[in-house]
Design a protein around this ligand. Structure first.
Ligand code: COA
Length: 224
């Protein structure tokens, strides 16, 4: 994940759970009735986040789950977290430098049958067919999913409402391993919200990873 984020973003990753990773006040309720594996990943990814925050000079602070599951970062901080089998990651940055961050990691395997149709437009499926013809080793469907999840995680703290998968039109560049996403958010979204996202992706270590960082000054709905 480290190579996917610009300077100014702190990244911390774990390739397994950290035994006994402590929770901070206000965090435990969200997973009180969850299976032990979920409680471990929840605590480990917050351990990663607090490690990354420390590099920003921010002391350990609670990161509870807020509306729609979005993490509530300490004042003056933006960030994002992800976990998949055998991997947890958190990224944080000063809010003065970035408006929002979004990351996602998925196991590098095909989406379940019918999954691609649920998350893509016809145009995106044509785009993916071209990418498959070029490199059939990559599970482009899962990469598209990870990109959309990363964009959603960056977008939600700004827009404040759920985005449908077809509300984002994504293009993947296989040469530069970058992506663009143009959003058509619902009218209920807050006004001053970017609709154009850019980011980087990679396929490595049995995973697909995607990250999007929204710098201050990114285009808004009003001026795009
Ligand atoms: C919420 C969601 C994005 C999580 O993604 P996932 O691949 O299932 O799971 P990950 O492990 O990668 O990420 C989970 C983390 O995402 C973060 N997250 C959850 N909801 C979030 C939100 N609304 N906004 C930002 N971050 C969110 C949390 O930190 C969560 O970890 P935690 O519960 O331990 O704090 C996904 O389950 C979802 O609801 N997607 C539907 C909406 C969507 O993606 N639309 C695409 C539009 S382009």
């Amino acid at each position: 994940m480290i190579t996917l984020l610009p300077p100014g973003v702190e990244v911390e990753e774990a390739y397994g759970d950290v035994p006994g990773a402590p929770l901070q006040p206000g965090e435990a309720d969200a997973v009180a009735r969850s299976p032990a594996a979920r409680r471990r990943e929840f605590a480990t990814v917050r351990h990663c986040a607090r490690t990354a925050l420390k590099r920003l000079g921010i002391p350990p602070a609670p990161i509870p789950r807020g509306a729609a599951g979005a993490p509530q970062w300490p004042s003056g901080v933006v960030g994002s977290m992800t976990h998949c089998s055998g991997y947890r990651a958190a990224v944080v940055a000063r809010a003065g430098a970035f408006r929002s961050l979004g990351i996602d990691a998925e196991v590098h395997q095909p989406l379940p049958d019918g999954g691609l149709r649920l998350i893509s437009s016809l145009a995106e499926r044509h785009h993916l067919a071209e990418l498959v013809a070029r490199n059939a080793q990559v599970h482009w469907d899962t990469l598209l999913f990870a990109v959309k999840e990363s964009v959603y995680k960056a977008w939600y703290p700004l827009g404040g409402v759920m985005l449908d998968f077809v509300d984002a039109h994504v293009e993947l560049d296989p040469d530069s391993e970058t992506f663009t996403a143009r959003l058509s958010p619902p009218e209920t979204a807050k006004g001053d919200v970017p609709v154009f996202f850019e980011g980087r992706w990679r396929v490595a270590d049995g995973m697909v990873q995607a990250a999007s960082a929204v710098p201050n000054g990114a285009a808004h709905r009003a001026d795009s």
